[in-house]
Design a protein around this ligand. Structure first.
Ligand code: PBG
Length: 302
């Protein structure tokens, strides 16, 4: 059997995720090699993502390496992967989801202020809008970089707190305090590690399929369908969470205006046998119930 070359970004979180995939592949008997690729997402630290105007800033360089056959698979955080994939690239497997929620991390030196008066560092449109929905007066500042960089900036005092995906904190085994903020509905496919490969690499894709976690796959498929149908290529504050409960799926979705004042929400339980195109159907319903106007308004102001 040939060695599988595992492409990854070189941040500590990305490398942890690549090693997780590596151990699954070794479990199947494959030899492996980790190939870190420097991504343009790491070089453009001075601007927020939406201002870069590129889909897939985090995935672009790994896509190129895949297409050039410098690597056999690319390991991604699925929430950073655009819903529109490049030609001949597919998501062939996902690992089991853990800790999908967002949490608040405070600057330890700042006063222990109430949530409504915190100054928060985040560049995520979703986190801003969903927070503003709850606490409309909150002040925000941009923050970029990997988890460690962001913690350092927080320590330097750029804000009272920041917001992280709990999955990132757990994977890095960081010894920091965090607070649950359940009102901040997660990003679609947050907390999920995904393996991308060339669509025409049938033999490898068969092996990858065998390590894919089926429940996670069903849930993220719904979440990403919802995202894809809503956004149509434009970034917006969108949250989506599908979870399995004894043969049923609960789906929560949300689209908000940038200031969080105007939100369309959905919360449904359905049989998982009916899950085909479910995300798509729910998104169409949201679009019909005012979502289309909201998306137009967001597009105009970005
Ligand atoms: N966009 C950054 C990003 N992409 C994936 C994760 C963490 C892992 C995950 O949530 O899947 C993070 C960090 C964060 O949001 O705090």
């Amino acid at each position: 059997m040939n060695k599988i070359r595992i492409g990854t970004r070189n941040s500590p979180l990305a490398l942890w995720q690549a090693h997780e995939v590596e151990s699954k592949l070794q479990g199947l008997g494959f030899k492996t090699e980790i190939v870190p690729i420097v991504s343009s997402g790491d070089k453009n630290l001075d601007q927020p993502l939406y201002a870069l105007g590129i889909t897939g800033v985090f995935t672009k360089d790994l896509d190129i390496a895949l297409l050039n056959k410098e690597i056999d698979i690319a390991v991604h955080s699925l929430k950073d992967v655009p819903t529109q994939l490049p030609e001949n690239i597919q998501i062939s497997a996902v690992l089991e989801r853990d800790f999908p929620e967002d949490v608040l991390v405070r600057n330890n030196d700042a006063e222990p202020l109430d949530l409504e008066v915190l100054k928060i560092a985040t560049s995520s449109l979703r986190r801003r809008a969903f927070w503003l929905k709850e606490f409309p007066e909150t002040e925000f500042t941009d923050i970029r970089g990997n988890v460690q960089t962001r913690l350092k900036k927080l320590d330097e005092g750029i804000a009272d707190a920041t917001i992280f995906s709990l999955a990132g904190i757990k994977r890095m085994d960081l010894d920091i305090n965090y607070e649950q903020i359940p009102f901040l509905l997660q990003a679609p496919s947050q907390g999920v590690v995904a393996i991308a490969s060339l669509s025409d690499n049938a033999e490898l894709n068969e092996s990858l399929k065998s390590i894919s976690h089926k429940e996670t796959e069903i849930c993220v498929t719904i979440e990403r369908e919802f995202l894809k149908t809503l956004e149509g290529g434009c970034t917006a504050p969108i949250g989506a969470k599908a979870e399995m409960l004894d043969g049923q799926i609960r789906f929560q979705g949300r689209l908000c205006s940038l200031d969080g004042k105007n939100c369309i929400e959905t919360d449904e339980i359905f049989d998982w046998n009916d899950s085909e195109n479910f995300g798509d159907k729910i998104a169409l319903k949201v679009l019909e119930n005012g979502g289309r106007e909201l998306m137009e308004e967001i597009q105009k102001s970005l």
